[in-house]
Design a protein around this ligand. Structure first.
Ligand SMILES: [Cu+2]
Length: 123
């Protein structure tokens, strides 16, 4: 009985040690890659993402990463309803929609260019 208990205890210590070692080893390269590759928009994107605007697709231009939307008022850009062209950060956003679709989107003003950061078809 004594021997069994001893094995269990050392086993538990070994597992705990391995887990914390593993977590530590993984955290270093992960955070490094995260910092290096992206400009980290997390802080500014979070509040904007909460406010999606409704719109309707007029034209999709995948080649030039642009989309024409008839949109409602965009609160975070202080923009009234209108039809206009947006740039898209990621052309794959345009794969989900086509002219005539109702959509919800989040737009931001990137150095004077209105850019879609999120786009979702409305069903
Ligand atoms: Cu507009």
């Amino acid at each position: 009985m004594k021997a069994v208990k001893y094995v269990l205890v050392t086993g538990a210590i070994a597992v705990t040690g391995a887990l914390s070692l593993g977590a530590h080893a993984q955290s270093q390269p992960h955070s490094g890659a995260h910092h290096g590759s992206s400009p980290s928009p997390a802080a500014s994107a979070a509040p904007a993402a909460a406010e999606m605007t409704e719109g309707e697709v007029r034209k999709v231009d995948k080649e030039n990463k642009k989309i024409t939307l008839k949109h409602g008022a965009i609160k975070n850009l202080d923009m009234p309803p209108m039809t206009m062209v947006f740039n898209v950060v990621d052309a794959s956003l345009l794969d989900k929609v086509q002219a005539g679709d109702k959509v919800r989107f989040t737009a931001s003003n990137e150095a004077g260019k209105f850019t879609l950061v999120d786009l979702q078809p409305v069903k």
